[in-house]
Design a protein around this ligand. Structure first.
Ligand code: DAT
Length: 186
């Protein structure tokens, strides 16, 4: 039984998932009482536990072995009797079992010039920048999430354009966690 919810922070690369997760964890530790939220960085799992089959030079990305990756994710999520509190971030919701996740937050940056600059400053090549820009414009991540999590309110989109959005979003997510805890309390 979970005592804290698991939250998947999803979105196109560059929308601010890592920054938002860090802010959520920082606010969680400052809460009274502190919320024991933990980070599950899927990027780190892919690299550290070799959940990939090689590197795609054109798209400058590791070719993810989704089955292996999801086995690893399930192990971590089930750890400690599945007590929950995982803040998971990944560019996609594909492969995640609906039952693992209580809330999917899709971060969105509809100011394409801003997203373009963020992706460029990472040294991404044209093809990779374009692929990600297209995904963001068409709302691919939200669509995919809504197909899987079909209950009202389980998928929320939050704007992540300006620096203050990071704080606002993290604060909203913390408030949501507190309400979840109250609703699911013993
Ligand atoms: P992601 O983890 O989604 O790939 P990130 O958190 O690494 O994204 O952010 C990429 C860069 O963009 C990083 O330099 C921080 C900046 N950034 C992201 N979201 C932002 C926002 N809402 N306001 C200002 N800067 C932001």
């Amino acid at each position: 039984m979970r005592s804290l919810p698991n939250i998947l922070i999803a979105g196109t690369p560059g929308v601010g998932k890592t920054t938002t997760c860090n802010e959520i964890l920082s606010l969680a530790s400052q809460s009274t009482p502190a919320l024991n939220l933990k980070r599950l960085s899927i990027n780190d799992i892919v690299k550290d536990r070799t959940c990939h089959t090689g590197y795609d030079e054109d798209l400058q990305t590791l070719i993810v072995d989704e089955d292996k990756l999801m086995d690893e994710v399930e192990k971590d999520i089930s750890d400690g009797n599945g007590e929950g509190g995982w803040i998971i971030d990944w560019h996609s919701t594909a492969g995640f079992a609906v039952r693992w996740v209580d809330l999917v937050v899709v971060l969105r940056c509809d100011e394409t010039n801003i997203l373009y600059d963020r992706l460029r400053s990472r040294g991404y090549k044209d093809e990779k920048v374009q692929e990600n820009m297209d995904a963001e414009i068409f709302g691919v991540v939200t669509e995919e999430a809504k197909e899987a999590w079909d209950e009202e309110g389980q998928v929320v989109e939050l704007k992540s354009v300006e620096a203050e959005d990071i704080e606002d979003n993290a604060e909203r997510i913390i408030q949501w966690v507190k309400i979840w805890v109250k609703d699911h309390g013993e």
